[in-house]
Design a protein around this ligand. Structure first.
Ligand code: HEC
Ligand code: HEC
Ligand code: HEC
Ligand code: HEC
Ligand code: HEC
Ligand code: HEC
Ligand code: HEC
Length: 254
């Protein structure tokens, strides 16, 4: 019992530390979605009932959030969940005067306008259509906001693998490009290019495969591509259709 009390006190203390050290680098963002009639109560209050989430919060990507609201500051939890006083008054509960952005990303878009734009491009993951959400790929309370463990240190593709097994399964002739992660070629949110590609043309491939051009001749990867390049993109001209790897052809033809 004493140990538990101590840890709560310690967590409150650390919580205050988080507040005070982050206030030294004031960064004012936009106002959060207001919950009508509610007041901000601060992260220490949430600790009473959501201990694990609060304790871990200082390690998360959003630990340094600052928001100004009528000259007061709303910090941390309430920047995404809205002001907490009414939620508290009724003793908490699902759907009780609190926003759950896991179902609706509106609150995320207040700060991430660029991401909102990306999802509005013609080719996008169906978040707008309500078929998936930020939390399919992001873990808002996690030490790593990217769902895949160790993302950016070699296992970036795991987050995509959950849903796209066909592109991620092992092949006899791997395309080494995939080791750099799917996002070397695809935008994760949306893009103006079909299949959410980073580039719509051969530049997608040429950033890694040097093209040697001398008058009247183009060589890529030791092969002459002089006539081929006129036929379309590297992958759509009936050439390297197996961009994610092949089981039959080392040149990723099929
Ligand atoms: C970056 C925005 C963001 C911040 C900041 C944030 N949350 Fe969340 N929270 C979410 C999202 C998104 C979900 C939905 C997650 C899901 O359904 O898996 C969620 C879900 C929850 C839930 C319900 C589901 C669960 O995991 O138990 C609780 C409780 C919660 N948050 C509490 C907190 C507390 C307490 C804090 C502050 C320490 C906090 N959140 C900070 C975005 C945030
Ligand atoms: C008095 C206890 C209590 C306090 C204090 C409290 N909550 Fe809750 N909260 C709950 C309970 C109980 C639930 C329902 C949990 C469940 O059903 O799994 C809940 C659910 C939530 C959910 C999920 C809502 C949903 O519709 O899915 C979020 C988000 C949340 N709380 C955020 C917060 C934040 C942020 C704070 C601090 C401002 C806070 N809570 C303070 C008790 C509390
Ligand atoms: C109040 C503003 C605000 C809200 C609301 C907000 N974010 Fe953020 N988010 C930020 C800021 C600021 C950063 C950059 C943090 C930094 O650079 O220290 C960030 C960073 C991120 C990152 C990148 C982290 C990294 O290190 O690469 C992701 C992913 C992210 N947010 C997702 C979300 C999601 C999902 C939601 C909604 C559940 C959300 N954010 C809500 C302000 C916000
Ligand atoms: C299909 C998976 C997926 C979904 C869904 C998704 N993200 Fe991302 N997000 C990623 C990946 C992967 C990255 C890392 C991109 C990189 O490193 O090139 C990322 C990066 C980010 C970043 C940091 C870089 C940037 O573009 O600003 C933010 C912020 C972010 N996401 C917010 C969101 C929000 C908000 C939502 C929901 C509206 C969302 N994401 C939905 C996969 C996803
Ligand atoms: C939670 C499941 C899920 C995750 C995780 C996911 N996707 Fe998707 N992806 C989808 C859905 C659903 C579609 C839309 C398919 C449709 O409309 O038929 C899609 C579409 C795509 C498309 C376009 C396909 C086409 O035929 O136009 C590409 C490319 C893609 N995703 C790449 C990725 C990448 C890269 C990642 C990792 C950053 C990723 N996806 C993570 C579910 C997911
Ligand atoms: C070297 C660049 C490159 C990399 C890396 C890459 N892709 Fe692709 N991807 C493409 C191209 C090009 C297309 C379009 C193929 C077409 O239209 O025939 C595509 C198409 C797709 C499609 C649509 C269906 C299909 O197969 O045509 C999905 C889904 C997809 N990629 C997912 C992924 C995932 C998941 C990863 C990571 C494991 C990944 N891609 C890595 C280049 C890449
Ligand atoms: C991130 C870097 C990168 C990108 C982007 C990339 N590749 Fe590769 N690719 C590699 C590496 C590394 C290898 C293996 C070494 C080699 O053969 O050059 C490879 C190998 C190949 C091979 C087999 C080599 C052979 O002997 O025939 C083909 C074909 C290929 N890539 C086509 C493409 C196409 C088509 C695209 C664009 C859709 C593309 N690559 C984009 C890095 C990349």
């Amino acid at each position: 019992m004493q140990g538990r009390c101590l840890s709560v006190i310690l967590a409150v203390y650390l919580g205050i530390l988080v507040f005070s050290c982050s206030s030294s680098s004031k960064r004012v963002l936009v106002q959060p979605t207001a919950i009508k009639g509610a007041e901000p109560v601060g992260m220490e209050t949430c600790l009473l009932c959501h201990e694990d989430i609060v304790k871990n919060f200082k390690y998360t990507a959003h630990a340094r959030l600052h928001i100004s609201l009528d000259n007061r500051e709303v910090l941390g939890c309430e920047s995404c969940h809205g002001e907490g006083s009414l939620h508290l008054e009724v003793g908490g509960g699902k759907g009780q005067y609190i926003i759950n952005p896991g179902r609706n990303p509106t609150v995320c878009y207040q700060c991430h306008l660029g991401v909102k734009m990306a999802f509005n491009f013609q080719y996008h993951h169906p978040v707008r259509e309500g078929r998936m959400n930020c939390i399919n790929c992001h873990d808002p309370h996690g030490e790593n906001i990217y769902r895949a463990k160790g993302m950016r240190i070699g296992r970036e593709n795991d987050v995509c693998m959950q849903c796209h097994q066909d592109q991620t399964r092992p092949r006899v002739f791997e395309h080494e490009a995939l080791r750099e992660g799917c996002t070397i070629c695809h935008r994760p949110h949306g893009s103006i290019n079909d299949k959410m590609l980073v580039e719509k043309d051969n530049n997608l491939c040429l950033k890694c495969h040097a093209q040697i051009a001398i008058p009247n001749s183009v060589t890529i990867g030791d092969f002459s591509h002089t006539t081929r390049l006129a036929q379309g993109t590297c992958w759509s001209a009936g050439c390297h259709t197996a961009v994610h790897g092949s089981n039959i052809n080392p040149h990723l033809r099929y």
